[in-house]
Design a protein around this ligand. Structure first.
Ligand code: MF3
Ligand code: CO
Length: 253
């Protein structure tokens, strides 16, 4: 599948898709508390999405069994919600979700602390979010994709952390995953030239320790190989002539 440029009418639908997803994330953040199961989060998120009249795009995607990926502590991404997994004070939890509004996908992830968390965990969450915004400094028509990747990697590594390499960001639109792939680390060359109207899901996944990851036997849950903490931050981003618009963080623009 090739890279698509969205028309103004499509961008309007992507904006609404992203706006609704941002509201869902705010609602989930408010609901988080110790004692909650990761399945409670999935049920609440799916209800909010369906109450908007939208479709949770993760559900049944390649067989993924839930609407919200809930990844706790050393889980990097794609944690499967379970009624047996109870959130404890001090945990960090990454929530990754998407929805379809009138055929248009949005995708965003946030990492939150449960109650009081350690200074180290808070710093990991902050650096992960900040690395996304470092990447954003390079999003603009005429710039190149790998400029974004390099900015994310440099920022993360300058704080002593590492970026996950086995998973990448992606284009998004009428499909959850479109071209191009968007690594969070340097690759050869400058990569694709950005054009206004591209919509991209940019999503640094940052480990406190090494970048290596493993898959659990459920074939979904990705964990850090060394057991260190991991955080994730993602927005659906529109490339414009002079910069960008964060479709899943509308207050920012
Ligand atoms: N948010 C993930 C991504 O950015 C998608 C999750 S895969 C799913 O690629 F199967 F859980 F949907
Ligand atoms: Co994504």
């Amino acid at each position: 599948m090739s890279v698509t440029i969205k028309s103004e009418a499509e961008i309007e639908l992507m904006r609404e898709s992203g706006r609704l997803l941002s509201i869902m994330h705010e609602e989930l953040h408010k609901a988080l508390k110790p004692g909650m199961s990761t399945l409670d989060i999935d049920r609440l998120g799916e209800k909010i999405i369906r109450d908007f009249g939208c479709i949770p795009n993760f559900k049944n995607y390649n067989g993924y069994p839930a609407s919200i990926c809930v990844s706790v502590n050393d889980e990097v991404v794609h944690g499967i919600p379970s009624k047996h997994r109870i959130l404890q004070e001090g945990d960090i939890v990454s929530l990754d979700a998407g929805l379809i509004y009138k055929g248009y996908h949005s995708d965003a992830a946030r990492t939150w602390g449960i109650g009081e968390i350690s200074k180290e965990a808070k710093r990991l969450i902050d650096v992960t979010r900040e690395s996304f915004f470092e990447g954003m400094k390079f999003v603009k028509e005429g710039n190149h994709l790998h400029d974004i990747s390099a900015a994310i990697q440099n920022y993360v590594e300058s704080h002593g952390y590492s970026v996950v390499r086995d998973l990448v960001g992606h284009g998004i639109g009428t499909h959850l995953h479109e071209d191009p792939q968007i690594p969070n680390y340097k690759r050869r060359g400058r990569g694709l030239k950005l054009m206004a109207g591209m919509t991209l899901a940019i999503e640094p996944m940052v480990n406190e320790g090494g970048y290596e990851v493993e898959w659990l036997d459920d074939d979904w849950t990705v964990v850090t190989a060394d057991g260190s903490l991991s955080a994730h931050y993602e927005n659906t981003v529109l490339v414009t002539a002079d910069g960008f618009e964060l479709l899943t963080l509308p207050g920012y623009n």
